[in-house]
Design a protein around this ligand. Sequence first.
Ligand code: NI
Length: 155
Amino acid sequence: MRVVNTKEINICVNNRLIEDKMDTTMRFGVSLPSDLLEEFDRKIREKMYANRSEAIRDLIRDFLVRDKWEDSSQEVYGSLTLIYDHEKRGISDKLTGIQHHDHALIVSTMHIHLDKQNCMEMMAIKGKASDVKNIADRLISTKGVKHGKLVMTAL
Ligand code: NI
């Protein structure tokens, strides 16, 4: 492996010295079958990646995020989107009840009235992976929820 960038910058702002250590970037070679690489290049062009490095960085980050979500004790972040018909009996109370019960996990909720019947609710959730998955499952499976999707991320 070859170190491409190890630059350190010292910036002086209002007489305070701020050390900004730039991330070190490493370069490495990958061997793979040519047909696999061709398919990969086609796909990353479709997805508008500027280059292979950017696409591979995203794949690696996604792999690491998924690993964090598999370890139930890791702190993770999720955004949950729900679509439901608010005229269905009791549904608003049920969804609000679940969120109040586990209020420590819910960072923020946004409610949008899509039309006369349908609502979209988006929640930012933070906590242990197992707890975040659990509350998302309970909200999505609530009777009357038409569609729900949890997007999982982590630092
Ligand atoms: Ni609404």
